[in-house]
Design a protein around this ligand. Structure first.
Ligand SMILES: Cc1cc2nc3c(=O)[nH]c(=O)nc-3n(C[C@H](O)[C@H](O)[C@H](O)COP(=O)(O)OP(=O)(O)OC[C@H]3O[C@@H](n4cnc5c(N)ncnc54)[C@H](O)[C@@H]3O)c2cc1C
Length: 497
């Protein structure tokens, strides 16, 4: 171990308490383990601060001793790297371990303020304890993941507050040089509107801390929504891959005119089955086997889902009738009602997320191929013919590398987030190589088509940034020099620094 790191760890132990500094083999292996095809990215050690002051002290020490830090919140960013950094040798700053308090809750103004370690499950449980009148959007991923880390990676969900950054308000940030920044109205001492009025005075800085390495966020406000008295989900099963064109044409207006307040998803057959059944046979799964699985499990090439909110069943029924008439007019869609879906663990995942309830069911997909998982998420416009073309593009590229196509399209009104979950066996070097090559081809093909990926795993961020133009990249580097002049925070994250 070099002198700089040794000195840093000693001094960090004094700053946070020696028991919160860990450079054991076990810690390095645990935090360095990755579900990505590039395999482990071992850190040098782990430090677990307990307060913003301790984070500042550790950042100052990193500058002094020339050590780099990789901050994580709950480290559950699975499919995107979990606890690993873009490069090996950082000290992981595990904020979630001790900084896991709900700092404020205001029922009248409907917001909470959280530290990095507050999980979706903890927040949901807290809101239930407060009477279950309010809800926070959640992901369909691990309930042990958290809203702060998720928001910083531009995550999204399924209720009307699916835009997690859009529903955040006010950050506290320790910059790379150790300064403490409070964004927007938080910059006014004793401001009462830090977590209420989002934009404040002057340039809006909050966005700088998403998918970057300029600062460590230690506090974030989240706006909550009222829990509607009635939430009724709907499902439509479509038989063919190319039906996606028709689905998109229907969904666009339902979202743009506000008939359906939640996201609408089109979940592919294999995405849906991956968390429910053992992997069926040799990779990749053939179209014949897919058809067989459709019959066996009552799924189709796509399962369309969404939910309606209302004051009562009577309030919701007319809108449900409108939605049904649009989908059923095509003659292809089979309707599955809320009550039937409730009994099906695969469909229940969607019901839970449309109601802001965390669920661990979907994470079972990690077991499908032994634990390897990559998530790639290109956004594409809500035009049916474009959607058809893109799902064909995805299937062609992945099939060429003997990889199954598992897609969950999440539709907003104008664009759809095409969540491609690539599951693989991490113990098979050939399969890892296939996945890495396919991901490079996939990202290039989408960027060339004009629809670049918006969120990619740690080991692909630098190359994905290469698809952006020189001005964009140079501005990012200039900002890094100002906010983290010695480059101590997560070098290489999203290709910066
Ligand atoms: C089956 C499955 C389904 C999923 N579904 C969804 C979904 O619906 N929507 C979705 O968005 N995601 C989804 N995910 C991905 C992931 O689980 C969530 O996004 C998760 O909530 C990330 O939050 P986290 O606290 O674990 O983030 P972390 O892993 O702690 O952080 C993410 C990244 O942000 C940076 N970071 C974290 N905290 C800080 C900080 N305080 N300061 C500065 N930088 C920081 C780090 O570089 C870190 O690598 C899914 C994953 C799986 C396996």
């Amino acid at each position: 171990m070099d002198d700089g790191l040794n000195g840093f760890l000693r001094a960090a132990g004094e700053a946070v308490g020696p028991r919160w500094v860990d450079d054991s083999r076990r810690a390095r292996d645990g935090y360095g383990a990755s579900e990505l095809p590039a395999g482990p990215v071992p850190p040098a050690a782990v430090v677990r601060p307990g307060s913003t002051d301790e984070v500042r002290a550790v950042v100052r020490l990193a500058n002094e001793y020339g050590v780099t830090l990789h901050p994580i919140s709950t480290g559950q960013n699975l499919g995107l790297g979990g606890t690993v950094a873009a490069r090996p040798g950082n000290v992981v700053l595990d904020l979630g371990h001790r900084m896991n308090r709900i700092l404020e809750f205001d029922e009248t103004l409907r917001y909470v303020v959280v530290e990095p370690g507050v999980t979706y499950q903890a927040l949901a449980d807290f809101l239930v304890e407060q009477g279950d009148h309010l809800m926070c959007d959640t992901t369909s991923g691990p309930p042990a993941g958290g809203p702060l880390g998720n928001t910083l990676d531009k995550g999204g969900g399924y209720t009307p507050a699916a835009d997690h950054f859009g529903n955040s308000c006010g950050l506290e940030v320790v910059l790379g040089d150790g300064r403490l920044l409070r964004t927007s109205d938080g910059a006014v001492p004793d401001s009462r509107t830090w977590h209420l009025a989002k934009y404040g005075l002057g340039p809006f800085l909050d966005g700088l801390f998403l998918q970057s390495n300029y600062g460590i966020v230690t506090r974030m406000g989240i706006w909550l929504q009222p829990r509607p008295p009635v939430i009724r989900s709907f499902f439509f099963v479509y038989p063919e891959d190319d039906d996606i064109a028709e689905i998109v044409e229907i969904v666009r207006d339902l979202r743009l005119n506000g008939t359906v307040p939640t996201a609408i998803k089109a979940t592919g057959d294999l995405y849906s089955l991956a968390s429910r059944i053992p992997y069926p046979g040799e990779r990749p799964i053939s179209d014949d086997t897919r058809k067989q699985l459709h019959g066996e499990y009552g799924v189709g090439a796509w399962i369309v889902s969404g939910a309606l909110y209302g004051a009562s069943r009577d309030d919701v029924e007319p809108r449900l009738a409108t939605v049904r008439s649009l989908f059923e007019a095509t003659g292809k869609a089979r309707y599955v009602a809320h009550e039937e879906a409730w009994e099906d663990p695969g469909l229940k995942i969607h019901i839970d997320t449309y109601g802001g309830r965390p669920t661990a069911e979907e994470t079972k997909m990690l077991n499908w191929r032994g634990g390897g998982l990559v998530s790639l998420t290109p956004s594409t416009p809500m035009i049916g013919s474009v959607a058809r073309q893109h799902q064909r593009l995805s299937r062609d590229i992945l099939a060429r590398h003997r990889i199954d196509t598992c897609i969950d399209y999440i539709f907003a009104g104008r664009a759809s987030r095409g969540l491609h979950s690539i599951m693989f066996d991490p113990s098979d070097p050939e399969e890892c190589r296939d996945v890495a090559t396919a991901c490079t081809e996939f990202r290039s093909a989408y960027a060339e088509a004009g629809y670049p990926c918006g969120r990619v795993p740690a080991d692909m961020q630098a190359s994905e940034m290469g698809h952006r133009d020189a001005t964009f990249r140079s501005v990012l580097h200039d900002l890094k020099r100002v906010l983290d002049p010695l480059g101590v925070l997560s070098p290489g994250r999203y290709g910066i620094g």
